[in-house]
Design a protein around this ligand. Structure first.
Ligand code: SF4
Ligand code: SF4
Length: 71
């Protein structure tokens, strides 16, 4: 079990989020596999929409370069 991270979105307590680092090679795998459609491609990079993310870890698990990380 990971320790709880500080909530970074107001009003949503005790929730983890994932984010995508600059190591991303833009393969799009995470977008295909995210069960909540929480990963979008805008401004020439992939972003995780924190409000939609349910902290399942799928993106982190499948990312070939380890670019999707928990906060
Ligand atoms: Fe980027 Fe990893 Fe997602 Fe591929 S799976 S788009 S490398 S974050
Ligand atoms: Fe989607 Fe799960 Fe990654 Fe959140 S942790 S962005 S819900 S695949």
């Amino acid at each position: 079990m990971r320790e709880k991270a500080k909530p970074i979105v107001k009003g949503i307590e005790d929730k983890f989020f994932y984010y995508i680092t600059d190591n991303c090679i833009k393969c799009g795998l995470c977008t295909e596999k995210c069960p909540k459609g929480a990963i979008e491609f805008t401004d020439d990079r992939y972003h995780i929409i924190e409000e939609k993310c349910i902290d399942c870890g799928t993106c982190s698990y499948i990312c070939p370069v380890g670019a999707a990380k928990p906060v």
